[in-house]
Design a protein around this ligand. Sequence first.
Ligand code: CTP
Length: 418
Amino acid sequence: MTQRRILLIVTGGIAAYKALELVRLLRHKGIAVRAVLTRSAQEFVTPLSFGVLTEDHVYGDMFDLKEEREIGHIQLSREADLIVVAPATANVIAKMAAGIADDLATTVLLATDKPVLVAPAMNVRMWHHKATQRNLATLRADGIAIMEPGVGAMACNEWGKGRLPEPAEIAAEIERLLDEGDLPRPLLTDTTRTIIAPDLSGPTLHGRHVLVTAGPTHEPIDPVRYIANRSSGRQGFAIAAAAAQAGAKVTLVAGPVSLPTPRGVDRIDVETAREMLAAVEGALPADVAIMVAAVADWRAADEAPQKLKKDGSGAPAPLALAENPDILATLARHARRPGLLIGFAAETETVVDHALAKRARKGADWIVANDVSGDVMGGARNSVHLVTAAGVEDWPDMPKSAVATRLVERIADELAGR
Ligand code: CTP
């Protein structure tokens, strides 16, 4: 698994010294930490102590020419999986809510599209002030995760709410957010138009067209009812995101889900299996197609124009089903069959045997088999087996985002070797 990385922003307050303990705990968990200290944080703690504990350069001033040349503020947040502000003063919370960027820390916070966790620490009266509560509500509405401060004695001889949560609690929350994977990246209102430079460190998908299906389909029965399943779309969205990150042009055909569109991905929303098939065929040609959607196998044979009514006799519902087209199998036989065709197999028993059979039956090149007997559907983690012509690989249990990255790396290697 690639190393988990956080960017820790330390702002000025007596609790800043606890951020050192937080760094120690995170490093102990194998999480890499890069620290940014605001000018007022440096009145309480020294960059030197953070440098020793993070084993990295500590960043402070936005307008330090040497630092900007070495690594820009955009790069600082790009290299992190999560940004943590701890301790977060009332002042930095107010700046974040207003979108003020007047030093390196606040500039990073305004320029980032990464998830952000805030651990507030302040005097009890400042915490309860309407302005602070209003600012916190704004941050929550923006999708920023906020920890509740502790209650207790304050440095200023007062008692109440506003103490920095214990470093161990913050570390546990950070680990939980990182391991959940697929963290929301809530802060940009339009993530689709961001141009991302491809990662050039290994084989890339630059110049390739990758087609991904994701989510469930909804098959209407009547104007108010439909057939559906528990698919959340998270695995497919993560794969689309990873392919875009690797430089591909990505078309994501998504069933009804409420996930944000990953950066750099062209998304087509559909509702039914037949709409999904039409959108997929319309998006061809593609170099790679990854069919992650949990397509409903059946639809109502006739969609009732009006709401179906019980007739009071207790007779079984008059619901005839018709089989939906199989999108994966259709692509396998298609005149414009993608060069690499990958299916997913959601199984609850004899996972690998079913996947081997499904690969042959559907004409896919690879099958990613996942055991959905647990809480995979809708969950953040996935445990998969990759079935190719060469055999079966068992991948360890990992976040869906890590499955996506690994699959995309395998695809890039495969295409590079052809
Ligand atoms: N799939 C598809 N169109 C369908 C059904 C499934 O494209 N109408 C694709 C899925 O996107 C997935 C693969 O086929 O890549 C396998 O889906 P799965 O639901 O596991 O298989 P089923 O076809 O439903 O087979 P079974 O009912 O035997 O499990």
